[in-house]
Design a protein around this ligand. Sequence first.
Ligand code: ZN
Ligand code: ZN
Length: 257
Amino acid sequence: MRLTVLGASGTYPRPGGATNGFLVREGGTSLVLELGNGCLSNLLREARLTEIDAVVITHMHIDHFGDLYPLFYALRFHPDRPWGQRLLLPGDGLGIMGRILGEDSREYLERVFAPEVLEAGRDYGVGDITLRAFPTRHPVEGYALRLEGPGWRVAYSSDSSPCPGVEEAARGTDLFICEATLPAAYEEEASHGHMTSRQAGATAATAGARKLMLTHIWPTFDVLDIVREAGETYRGEIVPAREGMTVSLEGGWHVQA
Ligand SMILES: [Zn+2]
Ligand SMILES: [Zn+2]
């Protein structure tokens, strides 16, 4: 399993960065997890459009799905017409996307993409990877995910305040990718659907996750401060997500900057 960070910023990008996105590869399977603003460009450094088995969007906030628009046009006008791209997303995700498209483009959404509804407690198979969705605590419908492949388990919090769904997703995982939008001093602000550094660490500790990757840190905050604060509640190894970083779980834990 190789996981490449396509976008690591929360809500809006750092200079030269992108908002949320990850590419997960296992054997011949390629899964894109979130496709925020700026992610498609980074994705195309790693994979061809026609190699993507599925794209998964955890909730319909623009920093998690913004680059579905350029993906839509890249597929629609691709010379080989690789339409029917599998796309897992909550509720009426395509309907939400369609609101800002013209009538002529909107009608292609369900041809270019093959949408599937993401629901809590359901398992989804994507090639060699199995996904399970867990409910988050966020202003819109959203799902934390647990991904499983041969010999590994990875969880992703999506955007959420601490809650049983995220904890359950992360339970006993080899790697837990958790949002840590805000520093510890911002607990009140975080209570509206995000986590602080310390809450991310505490969730990872309670869930017994073996490694912790922090992501969705607001660009106005210092990443190293967030990592240090998360270390007050979590004793394992913590790594901040960075665009272009690759994590491999083959034969142990390897991070390549
Ligand atoms: Zn977000
Ligand atoms: Zn959100």
